[in-house]
Design a protein around this ligand. Sequence first.
Ligand code: XIL
Length: 369
Amino acid sequence: MTANLLLARRSFLAAPAAALFAQRISLSAAAVAAMKDAYRNVFLIGTALDFRRPDEFTSEELELITSHFNALTPENSMKPGPIHPQQDTWNWAPPDALLSFSADKRIKTFGHTLVWHAQTNPWFFENANRDVALARLRTHIHTLVGRYKGRIAGWDVVNEAINDGGDATTAATENLRNSRWLQTVGPDFLTQAFGFAREADPDVALHYNDYTIESGFKHQSSLVLLKRLIADGAPITSVGIQGHWSLTGLTPERYQQIDDAIAHYKALKLKVAITELDVTLSGAGGGQLGGGGRGTPPPPPTAEQLQAQAEAYAKLFGIFVKHRDAVDRVTFWGLHDRRSWRSAQSPLAFDRDGKPKPALDAIVAAAPK
Ligand code: XIL
């Protein structure tokens, strides 16, 4: 073989290798295109998780957390039931572990949640009149918010106080859920809780957080409630739209409602966070507990479903970006599909193995350039 021929043969071999190499680079670049970097100048990108055990996460999962997210919410460990199961018992280890991780990685942490009808042990209400229940709530909030003062960027003060559904009549009212808090304290349990949180930390952002408040009668009730809280001097800074959505529920009308709802909250001079985002492929959206669930792995999603989910996420992020002056954070409810509370419905941007789904690229592509 002559030298020339040898050269020609080498470049013939090199060409596809170079093409392959280039392709591998662009594939791995796509795989590492980080959400938090794409949205660095727009809003925080969060995930929800807990350090229940020291070895909770694999090294790949830790890498996923630190490369894509700059905000964390404890999925369960700061809720009243888990953290304060009895009047004189506190479980500090899991939230402490989360906060030491987030401090180490310079990730902002958002507290969830101080007052809720669910995951709250009955001792709060045992033999309690209004004053006793309020005193217990004040101690709860002061102890928890006080312990983490300066280390938590915002608290969901009250979670899910508004009833589901409703009609044209309830839409003109707050339509409060008939919770033990409402029964024992009365409708000012919200204002009281916001006040206690502000006493405990003068600087922290304070949220009202709920699901489906962007839509229909429940949205109208949310405006009635928020206006009352503001008029009563509750130190509320932000509204958390949970954002548990489903492909079936995300109709053109629903996107418009989300867009409008953010504008309405902004008009009340409140910040908005999307606090628990997920988009299920089928079945339940909404924040009701018990839908979807962890358990037997579902059949893998089809390419069409993954594409539809990617398009839904792109549209949602388009709306959040449009309102970037008000939206300061978008948090996904879970790290990847296997860890999601709606795991059977594959709702997140990473699959059961923590690998990027088409949604990830779509979300990154929706970021302003
Ligand atoms: C869910 C958690 O993800 C589950 O692990 C737990 O079993 C129940 O609560 N709205 C909320 C969240 O505000 O706290 C809920 O989290 C999901 C609905």
